[in-house]
Design a protein. Structure first.
Length: 160
């Protein structure tokens, strides 16, 4: 069974975001071993300068990299990534399994994004949209797209 992780910065603060992720986690149990791995968000000043932002990204990046399985296919979500359809994401997931890779890690950064080191670790760079979303919502959206991807692969009726 495929292991699918979402590695993300920070905790889901609002209950409704946690509830949404928990619902997809329940649904995903039929398809994979799924988990959400949270790393601590770096404390920041109200208006950090560029140097402080790089420090934040570096600290959070090191925490993220420690959580990535060495054999995992890493999919980083970043603004410079490519935009794919739900069907294309399901193909990426399917191809990963066919290649004999049993771990996929989706990585979502904090409010400042991801360090270059984390981006370089990714074998796939995806963007969710040209629009900007809060990383709390992005986590729910990634959960839903993973579930949709498995539904597409299994011929389920969820994806229309």
């Amino acid at each position: 069974m495929l292991n699918v992780n979402i590695i993300c910065v920070g905790k889901q603060k609002e209950r409704y975001w946690r509830d949404a992720c928990n619902e997809y986690e329940k649904r995903l149990r039929a398809f994979c071993k799924f988990s959400i791995i949270e790393v601590d968000e770096e404390k920041t000043a109200d208006n950090p300068n560029d140097s402080q932002i790089l420090h934040i990204l570096d600290c959070e990046g090191k925490r993220i990299l420690k959580k990535i399985d060495k054999s995992a296919k890493v999919i980083v979500l970043c603004i410079e990534g490519r935009i794919v359809s739900s069907q294309e994401l399901s193909c990426i997931m399917d191809t990963t399994a066919i290649e004999g890779i049993s771990n996929i890690s989706f990585v979502i950064g904090g409010s400042w994004g991801l360090s270059e080191e984390v981006k370089e670790r990714g074998s796939v760079k995806l963007s969710m949209s040209k629009m900007t979303f809060p990383h709390q919502l992005a986590r729910v959206m990634v959960c839903e797209q993973i579930y949709r991807g498995f539904q597409i692969l299994s011929g389920g009726k969820y994806h229309k």
